[in-house]
Design a protein around this ligand. Structure first.
Ligand code: CP
Length: 305
C-alpha cells in the first residue's frame, strides 16, 4: 500500500506516468467514468479548504466513486480530543482512500503509519502540499509542453508558503531549471530550502525584492498569498499583505509566453484586471487539479486499464 506525503514519494518516471494519465483523463473522461465504482474517498480536513477538498471530491465522483468526510476539526471528534491515529484507524473501516489536511506538520504521516488505507497529504501546516505540486506540474507541462529548461519566478510568502517548498523540491529533478525568489526580507525562503535543497543540488537561483526586476526573464510566474494563518502577530501580516500586487502594468514587462500561476485563494496579490490576460492561468490550474487528483486516486488504488 502506498501513501503520498511529499511529491518526492514519486520517482520522476512515476510522476511522468501520473501526469500522462491525468492528460489522458482530460482528453477521454468517459473512459474513466466508472473506474472507481464501489470505492469511497474520505476527505478529513482539519483546516479550511475550497479547492483541495472539493477537487478531491469532484475527482472521486468523476471516477464513479463516492465521498464522505468532514470539513473542519470542529465538526469531527478531534473537538473531543480524538487523536489523528485513532481517527484514521476508524476511517479505514469506512473508506478505501483518505485525503487529509491538518495544521500540524507531519500529522498526515502519523496517520499513514496507522492507516489501513492509502493516505494522501492534502497540506500539513507550512510543510508540504504534494497534490498542489502535482497540479502545478500538470499545469506547467500542459501549457509549456515540458518541465525542463525554464526560469521560474516564485513570488510572495516564500517562508510559510508550503506550495512553494513542495514545487521547488519537485522541479529541481528536471534539467535546466532556475529560480528567481521574489519576496520581502521577512518572508524569504527558509534556510532548509535555500541551503539543503537549492545550494546543495547546485540549482541556479537569485533572490530579489522587486517583482519588476524579475519579470522580463520569467517563463512561469508563481504568485502566492501572504499566509495570514501562520503569522504570530496581525501587525506584521497587515504590513506585508499587500507587498506584491501583480497589475497589468507589471505584466507588460513580461514575455508574451509567460504563464501566471497561483495555487489560490487569491487575496489581493493579483489584480482582477489581470484575469482577462491570456497569460493568466490560475483558474485553468484549478481545473487541472481535478484531473491530477483523479490520476492520483487511480494510481494509489492500483487501478489497471
Ligand atoms: N490551493 C489550495 O490548497 O486551496 P484550498 O486551500 O482552497 O484547498
Amino acid at each position: 500500500m502506498r501513501h503520498l506525503m511529499s511529491p518526492l514519494d514519486l520517482s520522476v518516471a512515476e510522476l511522468d506516468e501520473l501526469l500522462d494519465l491525468a492528460s489522458d483523463i482530460e482528453k477521454n473522461p468517459q473512459k474513466y467514468a466508472h473506474a472507481c465504482a464501489g470505492k469511497k474517498l474520505a476527505t478529513c480536513f482539519y483546516e479550511p479548504s475550497t479547492r483541495t477538498r472539493l477537487s478531491f471530491e469532484a475527482a472521486m465522483l468523476n471516477l464513479g466513486g463516492s465521498v464522505l468526510g468532514f470539513a473542519s476539526a470542529d465538526s469531527s471528534s478531534a473537538a473531543k480530543g480524538e487523536s489523528v491515529s485513532d481517527t484514521i484507524r476508524v476511517i479505514s473501516c469506512y473508506a478505501d482512500i483518505c485525503a487529509m489536511r491538518h495544521p500540524k506538520e507531519g500529522a498526515p504521516l502519523v496517520a499513514a503509519q496507522k492507516s489501513g488505507i492509502p493516505v494522501i497529504n492534502a497540506g500539513d501546516g507550512g510543510h508540504q502540499h504534494p497534490t498542489q505540486t502535482l497540479t502545478d506540474l500538470l499545469t506547467i507541462r500542459s501549457l509549456k509542453g515540458r518541465l525542463d529548461h525554464m526560469t521560474i519566478g516564485l513570488c510572495g510568502d516564500l517562508k510559510f508558503g508550503r506550495t512553494v517548498h513542495s514545487l521547488i523540491n519537485a522541479l529541481i529533478r528536471y534539467p535546466g531549471i532556475s529560480f528567481v525568489l521574489i519576496s520581502p526580507e521577512e518572508l524569504r525562503i527558509p534556510d532548509y530550502i535555500r541551503e539543503d535543497v537549492l545550494i546543495k543540488n547546485h540549482i541556479p537561483f537569485r533572490e530579489v525584492e522587486r517583482l519588476e526586476d524579475a519579470m522580463p526573464e520569467l517563463d512561469i510566474l508563481y504568485m502566492t498569498r501572504v499566509q495570514r494563518e501562520r503569522f504570530f502577530n496581525e501587525e506584521d501580516y497587515i504590513r506585508l499583505k499587500d507587498f506584491y500586487i501583480l497589475t497589468r502594468q507589471k505584466l507588460n514587462l513580461a514575455k508574451e509566453d509567460l504563464h501566471v500561476l497561483h495555487p489560490l485563494p487569491r487575496v489581493n496579490e493579483i489584480s482582477v484586471e489581470v484575469d482577462d490576460d491570456p497569460r493568466a492561468a490560475y483558474f485553468k490550474q484549478a481545473q487541472y487539479g481535478v484531473y491530477v487528483r483523479m490520476a492520483l486516486i487511480l494510481t494509489l488504488l492500483e487501478w489497471r486499464d
